[in-house]
Design a protein around this ligand. Structure first.
Ligand code: AMP
Ligand code: MG
Length: 493
């Protein structure tokens, strides 16, 4: 149904919907539910152009009607995808897009394919008891954090637009509703495979695996053991992704298997947050009572999620059950070395000693230990370390006991001297991997509170500063004042 019929400018999307061509049982076809009063809050013009879309068209009344779900553009084949998932370790055989609708896939001018999905676009057959909607705060939070992640250089879904609906949603309180337009290389998840595996639908599993290979691992088309190769590919990308999360202090918060993508992109920004003071046990999510998804647990949890993927793929991994199990286990054994390799190399680079030795890993480990013992800010410690190469000693002030930093820094400086090289070049290389600016929790909360009060200024300012994370921006990089309440995040539901 289209409630908004507007003459004039048509919004053209270069759609080519491969997922919609998969068998019926992969999804439910339905249009988004129109909303009362769409109003554009934010459009990502640069991303629009990257996709081959016209920002002016998108910002026009008809464009906003599309972004709100009030108008289905030419060529779209809206659908809600079926998937399952392990939530906090418990298997749920049917989840699916309960509040998201895939409009279709656009093929960008460079040939890259992207899902364009509306999130918060009304109920679907997978909504269970949910209303299919999203509140303003979580929509803006996902916009901000996913765009910050992209600017930091991490694989992630992107935010194309946020639109206010003019409707209320009912959570603990009544909140204004919003719709996020999310862009991803696909929304295929570990849980999508689990959906077919749980039904004993080996044919569906195979169709899905072939689709995922063609889309995300085209080099694997036609290799001798493509499904094992797919599993290896996902393991490699997710190992690299989690290593990157660890390097920047990112906590996903809800690493359920339905939130673990096959493409290796960060997906589903709900209760995610960046760590301030370094503590591997940091948990922000209100529903993560036992710290399952704590910062330091993320690699282990990702390995667990990939084991669920391997399990789902078993029917495709060998002629016999024994052969399939052996293949799955062999693939899973690749996670730890892949993660360690990427994580440790990144850690050495953070202290200015890339390609270094096991001794340098130990040195970095000693720094992390001192940081944890002294509640040092994760992001700022590493950023100030860049300047420390050139004699700036402001990092010490971040430690409860600055002498703990001094003791470490003396050993580190001796090692840098031994390694040689130009200090200015080393500092520059370190500044390229140690961000100055992240979406700090207190700033995100402030931006969302202002947006609820009708002022998008702080949101815009934070979006602007987090788009340049590797530049020093005095004032934009500060951790929260001490003694604030422990930070708590909530799922967007
Ligand atoms: P999430 O925690 O956002 O990854 O969502 C987990 C599952 O709950 C997915 O199947 C979502 O589609 C569904 N879900 C979350 N919020 C809502 C909502 N407000 N209405 C309907 N389904 C929802
Ligand atoms: Mg999800």
């Amino acid at each position: 149904m289209s409630t908004t019929v507007l003459e004039g400018q048509a919004v053209r999307f270069p759609f080519d919907n491969s997922y919609a061509r998969l068998p019926e049982r992969f999804r439910a076809r339905l249009d988004p539910t129109p909303v009362a009063a769409p109003r554009l809050l934010r459009l990502n013009a640069a991303l629009a152009r990257r996709l081959g879309l016209d920002p002016a068209e998108l910002a026009s009344p008809e464009g906003v009607a599309v972004l709100a779900g009030n108008h289905v553009p030419e060529g779209a084949e809206p659908l809600a995808a079926a998937y399952a998932g392990h939530q906090f370790g418990n298997f749920v055989p049917q989840l699916g897009d309960g509040r998201a609708i895939l409009l279709g896939e656009v093929v960008a001018p460079d040939g890259a394919r992207f899902d364009v999905q509306l999130k918060g676009s009304g109920p679907t057959p997978f909504s269970r008891r949910g209303d299919g909607r999203a509140a303003l705060g979580p929509v803006l939070r996902e916009y901000l954090v996913s765009e910050a992640m992209a600017a930091l250089g991490l694989p992630t879904t992107r935010a194309l637009a946020a639109v206010a609906t003019g409707e209320e949603v009912y959570r603990e309180t009544v909140l204004p509703g919003a719709v996020l337009t999310r862009v991803a290389s696909s929304h295929i998840r570990v849980g999508t495979f689990a959906y077919f595996a749980a039904r004993g639908d080996v044919e569906g599993l195979k169709v899905l695996a072939d689709h995922a290979i063609a889309r995300h691992y085209p080099d694997l088309v036609g290799v001798p053991d493509p499904y094992r190769a797919l599993l290896d590919g996902v393991i490699a990308r997710q190992a690299a992704l989690v290593a990157r999360w660890m390097h920047i202090g990112f906590i996903h918060g809800v690493m359920n298997t339905d939130n673990t993508s096959i493409s290796g992109e960060t997906i589903d920004y709900g209760p995610c947050a960046f760590m301030d003071a370094y503590d591997p046990a940091t948990v922000f999510s209100s529903i993560d009572q036992f710290g399952r998804y704590a910062y330091g647990n993320q690699p282990r949890i990702m390995q667990w999620n990939l084991a669920r993927l391997a399990e789902a793929l078993l029917p495709l991994l060998g002629e016999t059950e024994e052969a399939a199990l052996a293949s799955a286990n062999e693939a899973l054994a690749g996670f730890a070395p892949a993660f360690e390799g990427a994580y440790l190399e990144g850690l050495r680079a953070k202290i200015g000693l890339p390609g270094g030795s096991a001794g340098d890993v130990a040195l970095a480990g000693e720094l992390l230990k001192a940081m944890a013992e002294n509640r040092a800010d994760f992001t700022l410690t590493f950023r100030r370390l860049c300047g420390a190469v050139e004699g700036d000693d402001s990092a010490r002030g971040l430690f409860a006991d600055p002498a703990a930093f001094d003791a470490w820094a003396a050993r580190w400086r001796a090692r840098l001297g031994e390694a040689g090289g130009d200090p200015a070049a080393r500092a520059a290389a370190m500044r390229a991997v140690n961000p100055a600016v992240i979406p700090r929790n207190h700033l995100v909360e402030g931006a969302l509170a202002a947006a609820y009060a009708g002022d998008m200024g702080p949101f815009e300012a934070l979006l602007e500063s987090t788009a340049r994370p590797y530049e020093d921006q005095p004032g934009a990089d500060l951790p929260p004042a001490a003694a604030e309440e422990p930070y708590v995040t909530f799922c967007g539901t």
